[in-house]
Design a protein around this ligand. Structure first.
Ligand SMILES: *Cc1c(COP(=O)(O)O)cnc(C)c1O
Length: 973
């Protein structure tokens, strides 16, 4: 146990007997022993294979001395799983969710327990990766296709994407979509003054950076005069008012502009679909379809578009194609369209989205079906109508005669008192201004809610009498007549047994971390421990509204303070904001901070600093984010060894000395190497007045050994869904905190409803909620709290050890492309297949698909170098699994050799025919290898993972775009 001296049993007689027993008990099972896959003997074995005496010697050799941090991490000493769980319970208990009627895009909802336990809390769903390897992702792809079908049906538009980050960012994406899809129109983007306030602010933040003019206007009397490129109408509005979008859409079209509707999904079960009313784009949030409030997120935003706009859709799109046996199969469609891959040509930077939450929302619709959803909406509406009747009977003015679930009540001068009175009764109402109180009913509203609301207003109500006196308050002309959720999947799983089996059937099709290693380079697919996951379901964390009074969110406040403080400590920065809800959003927030800083220092007549240098090997989101921050991208070359070419860097800095804003570098680089030149790179950029943005996606190679804020970075984003254990969820959620040095702190994201008063004014929000995806922060909090300084440092060293072990074992079979300091790699390594492909005709695709037959998820394909595989084992994998992977790779190489030797043509080889489904075991067999070699390449294995479909034809699906549930006939034999 040399790695963990504190866990070594003390020799009897060292200490008094009673103290000894307690120390020993407390240290029996430190969490780090559960998180780390390697045992001490494994470490010794791997080190000796690499020729290093100790893990310290390996790390001394791997990490350049110039960037090494002097001190160990300043973190509290680690807690056991039980103790951390107790602390988190206490934190959750110091939040007071109350019953929230605040609304504004966040509503009470019941997560059906069968969905909570078997999706949200089930590692088969939450530990999956983004479905880039579709053959092993059919379950979540089907769930996402259900989501797209649900959104398309409810909004009345043909094509919906597989989720966006939240409603505010979805509206901002709609604005930029409108601008590029509609080159005919110039002029501002007009936003409904009755839109959700946070939506208006997120749109403004984005627009400001991109130089788009935004006009917020009262749309009750129509569009404002003059040119416009598009208009966004909230349906129903934040005040509860329901404006008919049709005349506004028509007026916009007349002026060559496009129409966007931000809609409430539950309302759409009763109100006519915006697509039927002329909308070109519909956005919103699917939170109230069974996703907990989570103090603001994670929730799945959505977007659907009219015909002709599909190719402008941001985010991912699931489509139907066919597999090698001609049967329908799902996969991400138009993948080259995925915006961040297009770098500086990109129109959106979204990468990680909200897959897990989209799955939950889609399953809520599958479970309730169209009738069930309509019933929930009718109840919700009925309660709002009853409250309106009772308030009016009590002499109060309710502002709008027609509404769905939201009321605006006039109480001149008394709003504050009423909201306070409500709070004392266990209700959170919305303080609109001193004269108005807002409230929204929801699925969780009951008769007792009505009584409490009345008491808050100083009234009494007899529910029976009120009910009898209440009619519907929906606008007659806008009642929904268009059917929705007519596909049979939405009427086939309404009993719990059916639902359970459907969920199980889908998750069983997928390969997630619960089945084996996912060695995806740059993605850090490490353990998502159950003790980290459990707290997110505690009501104190799950049921709090993001705009609840700060004094009712004290637990979250402490959790966020702790986490921001710890993240600052481990990165060497001064301040952290956890608001960005994905890495891409952290990038944008960081660049906006740089932008704000330069603007604040600009003297009259100075050129604008807007050039962002980006090395050629950078992740695509970097360039996309720079464009969205209003910067010009200039690419810096890589030298022969893959590192940033410092001569080219110097030349570019000279050329842009006047207008250099920043460089974005990933460290260690996306090539998986610790580069020596990083310190010099930072100095050169600084000397030309630029800021250094260190992309922290690879922090798993640095924690405890080097701090970006110390070795030259001014700002970084981290990916809590990589280094800090938030599960990938099949493509989201994520959290992308932005960390800055002091001089950039004034330019961190703000939010008008921030619980910390000093963070209300500033550059504006990057996410709809003040703390972004607050609900999953307990995961990272628990990880840091249970690992402590030593555990995190050990994790880094084990990640680096395992990557180097794999590199060393596989190099003779698949050459390792880049190495850094001392000829070592960092926490991942790139295997170069280009030469192999040239001589054998076997591609990286073939190897990736063949690995499925061996029971593996493929490594990252063709990033950052085409024709390569990037392997990242992480510290959580045990040596047995690592050896199984190495053996599989060597066996695959053996198969390639047989192709080279002429035994098989590439086309007839088991590599090209992979993956093999169970169907190849029956029927005719005409292949030049045996069935056994096809399906059981390592011998008969009763626990084998069976892919449900064969190799999927990508091109077919792109040519024949189908992005909603196919009819059952498509699956007929
Ligand atoms: C994952 C990654 C990102 C993007 O993060 P998301 O959370 O997916 O938006 C950016 N840069 C690098 C190097 C990454 O690996």
């Amino acid at each position: 146990m040399s790695d963990h001296p504190s866990t070594a049993p003390a020799a009897p007689g060292d200490q008094p007997a009673d103290a000894l027993s307690l120390v020993a008990l407390d240290g029996v099972l430190p969490f780090s022993e559960r998180h780390l896959g390697l045992r001490p003997d494994d470490v010794t074995h791997m080190l000796s294979h690499l020729g290093y005496e100790s893990i310290d010697a390996l790390m001394d050799a791997a990490v350049p001395g110039g960037i090494r941090t002097a001190d160990s991490l300043d973190l509290p000493s680690p807690l056991s799983e039980a103790a951390a769980s107790a602390e988190l319970r206490a934190l959750a208990a110091s939040n007071r969710p109350a019953e929230s009627l605040i609304g504004l895009g966040y509503h009470g909802t019941v997560t059906p327990p069968v969905i909570r336990r078997n999706v949200l809390e089930d590692p088969a769903w939450y530990t999956a990766y983004t479905p880039y390897q579709p053959e092993i992702s059919q379950g979540r792809l089907e769930a996402l296709l259900n989501f797209q079908t649900m959104i398309g049906d409810l909004t009345g538009l043909p094509t919906a994407n597989a989720s966006l980050l939240d409603e505010g960012t979805a509206a901002a994406e709609a604005m930029t979509l409108v601008r590029r899809a509609n080159r005919k129109a110039s002029g501002p983007f007009v936003v409904d003054a009755d839109a959700l306030p946070q939506t208006i602010d997120v749109v403004r933040t984005r627009a400001e950076a991109m130089g788009i003019e935004v006009v917020v206007a009262d749309l009750t009397t129509g569009l404002p005069d003059g040119e416009l490129c598009g208009v966004l109408v909230q349906y129903p509005g934040a005040s509860g008012r329901i404006l008919d979008p049709a005349p506004l859409m028509a007026a916009a079209h007349e002026r060559n502009a496009l129409g966007v509707v931000a809609a409430d999904l539950l309302a759409l079960t009763l109100l006519e679909a915006p697509g039927e009313l002329g909308a070109d784009v519909v956005v919103g949030s699917s939170q109230r379809f069974g996703v907990p409030l989570f103090y603001g997120g994670p929730h799945a935003g959505f977007m659907s578009v009219a015909k002709g706009l599909e190719r402008h859709l941001p985010g991912r799109l699931v489509g139907v194609s066919v597999d090698s046996e001609g049967r329908p199969a799902y996969r991400l469609t138009l993948q080259t369209r995925e915006q961040h891959i297009r770098r500086d040509k990109a129109t959106s930077n979204i990468c990680t989205a909200q897959v897990l939450l989209a799955v939950v929302a889609s399953m809520y619709a599958v479970y309730h079906g169209p009738e069930g959803l309509r019933a929930i909406a009718q109840r919700t509406h009925r309660y709002a109508a009853a409250i309106a009747t009772a308030l009016r009977a009590g002499g109060l003015e309710v502002e709008h005669a027609e509404f769905f679930d939201t009321l605006s009540v006039r109480v001149p001068g008394k709003a504050g008192d009423i909201v306070a009175q409500a709070r004392s009764l266990g209700l959170h109402l919305r303080l609109v201004d001193e004269d108005r109180v807002g409230l929204s009913t929801s699925e969780t509203t009951t008769g007792s809610t009505v009584h409490s609301v009345m008491r808050a207003f100083g009234l009494e109500a007899d529910l029976g009498r009120v009910d009898a006196a209440t009619g519907a308050a929906l606008p007659e002309a806008l009642r929904r007549t268009t059917p929705f959720l007519t596909h049979e999947v939405f009427s086939s799983h309404h009993s719990e047994t059916q639902m359970l089996r459907y969920l199980r059937r889908l998750s069983a099709r997928d390969y997630a971390l619960d089945r084996g290693m996912i060695p995806l380079g740059s993605c850090t697919m490490k353990l998502n421990a159950t003790s980290e996951m459990e707290p997110i379901s505690l009501p104190g964390f799950a049921d709090l509204h993001p705009f609840a009074p700060a004094e009712d969110a004290l637990g979250y406040r402490r959790l966020v303070n702790d986490l921001e403080g710890w993240l600052a400590a481990v990165t060497g920065y001064d301040r952290v904001s956890i608001q960005p809800n994905a890495g891409s959003q952290g990038e944008l927030a960081g660049l906006l901070a740089i932008r704000g800083y330069h603007a604040s220092r600009r003297a009259e007549g100075d050129p604008v600093r807007d050039v962002c240098l980006i090395p050629s090997s950078a992740h695509g989101t970097n360039a996309a984010s720079a464009v969205m921050a209003g910067m010009r991208v200039v690419v810096v070359k890589a030298s022969e060894d893959g590192s940033v070419d410092l001569d080219d860097l110097r030349a570019q800095c000279e050329a842009h000395s006047e207008d250099l804003a920043a460089i974005m570098v990933t460290y260690p680089s996306t090539h998986g190497a610790f580069e020596d030149g990083i310190t010099e790179l930072c100095e050169v950029v600084h000397s030309h007045g630029g800021q250094v943005y260190v992309d922290g996606a690879n922090l798993n190679a640095l924690l405890g050994y080097a701090k970006p804020g110390e070795f030259g970075g001014d700002v970084s984003h981290l990916n809590l869904h990589k280094t800090f254990c938030i599960p990938h969820g099949g493509g989201g959620p994520g959290v992308g905190p932005v960390a800055v040095r002091e001089h950039l702190a004034p330019f961190l994201p703000s939010h008008a409803a921030h619980p910390e008063v000093e963070k209300r004014a500033g550059v504006g929000p990057i996410s709809a909620a003040p703390y972004g995806s607050a609900g999953i922060l307990p995961i990272s909090w628990a990880y840091v709290r249970m690992m402590g300084a030593e555990g995190l440092t050990t994790a880094t060293s084990h990640a680096v050890l395992s990557a180097n072990y794999i590199a060393s074992r596989l190099d003779e079979h698949f050459p390792v492309l880049y190495r850094g300091h001392s000829g070592l790699v960092a926490h991942e390594c790139i295997l170069d297949l280009r030469e192999i492909t040239k001589t054998s005709g076997v591609s990286v695709d073939d190897v990736a698909k063949r690995l499925v037959d061996y029971g593996f998820h493929a490594p990252t394909m063709s990033f950052p170098v085409a024709g390569t595989l990037m392997v990242e084992p992480t510290e959580s994998e045990d040596l047995g699994e690592i050896e199984r992977f190495i053996a599989a790779m060597i066996a695959v190489k053996g198969e390639i050799d047989r192709v080279v030797a002429g035994e098989w043509t590439p086309e007839e080889s088991p590599l090209r025919r992979a993956p093999h489904t169970s169907r190849v075991l029956v029927g005719e067999w005409d292949r030049p290898y045996s069935r056994e070699e096809g399906v059981f390449p390592t011998g008969i294995d009763p626990d084998k993972y069976w892919p449900p479909v064969g190799r999927i034809d990508q091109a077919y699906g792109d040519r024949n775009l189908v992005c909603s549930c196919p009819s059952p006939e498509a699956f007929a034999e």
